[in-house]
Design a protein. Structure first.
Length: 259
């Protein structure tokens, strides 16, 4: 069992790596039997450090929502990380990548929570708690060298959460989100195409999974929270001086420029 002192030390190591733009060794190299429960404790301890610096939790991001990625990692369930206000980038704004380690960007679908959501619910029940749906992107940035890690390592590292942006919100009853064509462009060139169906077959299933994980963490999703449902395509390396645009059918676009 990983004791509280070890959890705090691991969280400090990952936090300091992120703040100094330096990679760190795998936690499982030191503790090969690190459990998923212990990894989530490290994740929460890392978030607590961010909150102590004045950040606020504003939602969650889902990971491993691709069946192919699950098979690659040898798992059968999704993971999640937490989003803070410091991670959000306004649509069309500039993201400074100089402090990042090896960032990548991926197209996503985002949900805006309208009613408290927690526990084991059906996708239909989950979507009834939604106030809005939008096209989004997420920038992921692992604190581990070469973006290589085990499942407990990435969970402890807040599921590689780094930054995100969201396009205009749309009423969920006006958008059938289960099979929306999505395109990601860098400097006007298409670098990835896919469908929201790549997110567990329907991103609403990812939202229902977020509700289940929220209950397990004792942290219900609250009105105003944002849930990033997962990537619709593989992530693409993000470099300085790039202009990225993500477009989704029915949802419009979201853009970011890097420096």
């Amino acid at each position: 069992m990983t004791d509280d002192a070890s959890v705090a030390a691991f969280a400090r190591t990952l936090d300091e790596a992120a703040r100094s733009s330096a990679t760190t060794g795998l936690l499982t190299a030191d503790v090969p039997d690190l459990t998923l429960d212990a990894a989530y404790r490290v994740q929460r301890a890392g978030i607590a450090r961010r909150l102590a610096r004045g950040e606020t939790v504003i939602g969650a991001k889902m990971g491993f929502t691709s069946r192919a990625k699950m098979a690659q990692m040898g798992i059968d369930d999704v993971i999640w990380g937490l989003l803070t206000d410091a991670m959000q980038v306004e649509d069309g704004a500039t993201l400074d990548t100089s402090a990042l380690i090896h960032p990548r960007i991926e197209p996503e679908i985002a949900f805006l929570i309208g009613e408290p959501l927690s526990g084991r619910v059906s996708p239909a029940a989950a979507v009834r708690a939604v106030a809005g749906i939008a096209v989004a992107y997420e920038v992921i940035d692992s604190r581990y060298a070469d973006f290589r890690f085990t499942l407990p390592d990435v969970v402890a590292d807040n599921a590689s959460a780094c930054a995100f942006g969201i396009g205009p919100w749309h009423a969920p009853d006006r958008v059938a989100g289960e099979n929306l064509g999505m395109v990601m462009e860098v400097d006007g060139r298409t670098v990835a195409t896919g469908s929201s169906a790549a997110i567990l077959g329907n991103p609403v299933r990812s939202l229902a999974a977020a509700a289940r994980l929220a209950e397990g963490a004792g942290s219900p999703l609250r009105p105003g929270d944002i849930v990033l449902a997962g990537a619709a395509t593989a992530a693409v390396p993000l470099t300085p001086g790039a202009h990225v645009r993500v477009v989704a059918a029915e949802l419009g676009r979201v853009e970011v420029t890097t420096r």
